[in-house]
Ligand binder design. Structure first.
Ligand SMILES: Cc1cc2nc3c(=O)[nH]c(=O)nc-3n(C[C@H](O)[C@H](O)[C@H](O)COP(=O)(O)OP(=O)(O)OC[C@H]3O[C@@H](n4cnc5c(N)ncnc54)[C@H](O)[C@@H]3O)c2cc1C
Length: 416
């Protein structure tokens, strides 16, 4: 399952490197993470960094490969087969790295972006608060400034890497600025007094990433750790909007890998398992699930590719927001459907830990919820669609007039 015709020879080499890396990942690490015996898989990051597979889009000056989104998506699909936890830890370099790469000072890029890309430090992002994740701007984390020091007070919930990451990008509102959008500021928080993990969550899947609730009590953050320095104060809204591109594209890209992993297991099983004297893939009820699944994954991959190309081409922020949200929504829902099909094809054995499909199913359930729930994706999609649609006169044929009664004014009633 691939779209080789759409990718370059360099992308094929990248895909092979990612496949080699993914094959390197010890099975025991996956099993231990799923049993929460691991809190944060540092060796995974170190190995990815050593192989120069992290932060692919960032400038070679900071250790990146300067690749476009269309290439990073290929890498994300491959890492996705490992599940949500490792996929997330891999993606966080892309997400937090985007914020530092676009808005950080040179010193911040040297101090944080470089070691992140080398896999020497682990990063996390704290956006969600106990009182709500979707309503991001209603967050209540505060930053009080005294000279060149900020004291942060608040909480962030569901942070992957809460327990193990070295650097956490969080958002807080600077006191004294009334407009919440103008007060919102991104901080690069290093662990120290005032930063505490108060709860590690028991999760349905996505385990082994140290997902927890972080509490900040007058946590000290120097001005040099405000993302962008002095100029970054009050710039959090722009940082947030920029970060939402990798936040959602990484979910979309890795989703394809999860769906692919599950349906390949199921398709192989259906080709071997017999019932009523024949291979079960001879039953339409089974083979059509395979057909639906590969179609969904191919469609999702193509949509992701076009969203990635839109970002690479620097199209308008509205267009990018719509396409990225469509990708996140469609790919994650496709993956959920595909993994369910895979489990159904496997029958009872699919529900056991003889096959990893049950773990993938537990993992994949999350992805329609996180990085902006799919309900929020729908809000964005319709908003950006209407904005563009209503502001531009139709360029093509006016199809509405192609009806016998099209010009009967008394019949087209809009209740105005
Ligand atoms: C395992 C895990 C890992 C996570 N990792 C991170 C992380 O590393 N960093 C981080 O910051 N966050 C992380 N999250 C948080 C995740 O992104 C949020 O859970 C998600 O954005 C939803 O926010 P919420 O849980 O507060 O739900 P709420 O915002 O309370 O939403 C509840 C429900 O209401 C719906 N809803 C809310 N508003 C609207 C609306 N306007 N229209 C329609 N429907 C609406 C939502 O779609 C959802 O179905 C993680 C979550 C989990 C479970």
């Amino acid at each position: 399952m691939s779209t080789n015709a759409m990718i370059t020879d360099e992308d094929k080499i990248l895909r092979k490197k990612m496949q080699d890396f993914v094959s390197w990942v010890p099975k025991q690490l996956l099993l231990d993470m799923d049993e929460d015996k691991v809190i944060y898989p540092k060796e995974f990051l170190r190995e990815a960094g050593k192989r120069k597979l992290l932060g692919l889009r960032f400038s070679p000056k900071w250790g990146g490969a300067g690749l476009p989104w269309t290439s990073e998506l290929i890498a994300l699909e491959e890492v996705g087969v490992l599940g949500t936890s490792l996929g997330c830890i891999y993606s966080l370099v892309s997400i937090v790295g985007e914020a530092i790469s676009v808005f950080g000072t040179e010193e911040q890029k040297e101090r944080f972006l470089k070691p992140m890309i080398k896999g020497e430090i682990g990063v996390a992002e704290g956006l969600t608060e106990p009182r709500g994740g979707s309503d991001f701007f209603a967050g209540t984390t505060k930053a009080r400034r005294e000279g060149d020091v900020f004291y942060i007070t608040g909480q962030k919930r569901f942070v992957v890497g809460a327990e193990g990451a070295d650097l956490i990008l969080i958002y807080g509102k600077v006191e004294g600025i009334d407009d919440p959008k103008k007060a919102m500021t991104a901080f690069l928080v290093e662990r120290g007094p005032g930063v505490k993990v108060e709860h590690l969550y028991g999760l349905m899947g996505t385990r082994g990433g140290g997902t927890g609730r972080l509490v900040f009590r007058d946590a000290v953050v120097p001005l040099k750790n405000v993302l962008g320095g002095e100029a970054g104060i009050g710039n959090g809204t722009n940082v947030f909007n920029q970060m939402m591109i990798p936040e959602r594209m990484t979910s979309a890209g890795a989703a394809i890998g999860m769906g692919r992993a599950a349906i390949e297991i199921a398709a192989r099983y259906a080709d071997k398992r017999k019932a009523f004297g024949q291979k079960i893939r001879r039953f339409e009820a089974v083979s059509f699930k395979v057909a639906d699944s590969v179609t969904l994954l191919d469609a999702a991959r193509a949509l992701n590719f076009s969203a990635g190309a839109s970002v690479d081409a620097n199209e308008s922020p509205d267009k990018i927001r719509r396409l990225v949200s469509e990708s996140k929504k469609f790919s994650t829902e496709a993956a959920w459907t595909v993994v369910n099909h895979a489990m159904q094809i496997l029958g009872g054995i699919g529900y056991t830990n003889i096959f990893p499909v049950e773990r993938i199913l537990r993992d994949v359930r999350l992805i329609t919820i996180w990085t902006g729930s799919n309900e929020i994706m729908n809000l964005v999609i319709q908003h950006e669609f209407y904005k563009e649609f209503l502001s531009e006169p139709p360029e093509s044929r006016n199809i509405e007039d192609d009806a016998i009664g099209a010009s009967l004014p008394d019949e087209k009633i809009y209740n105005e």
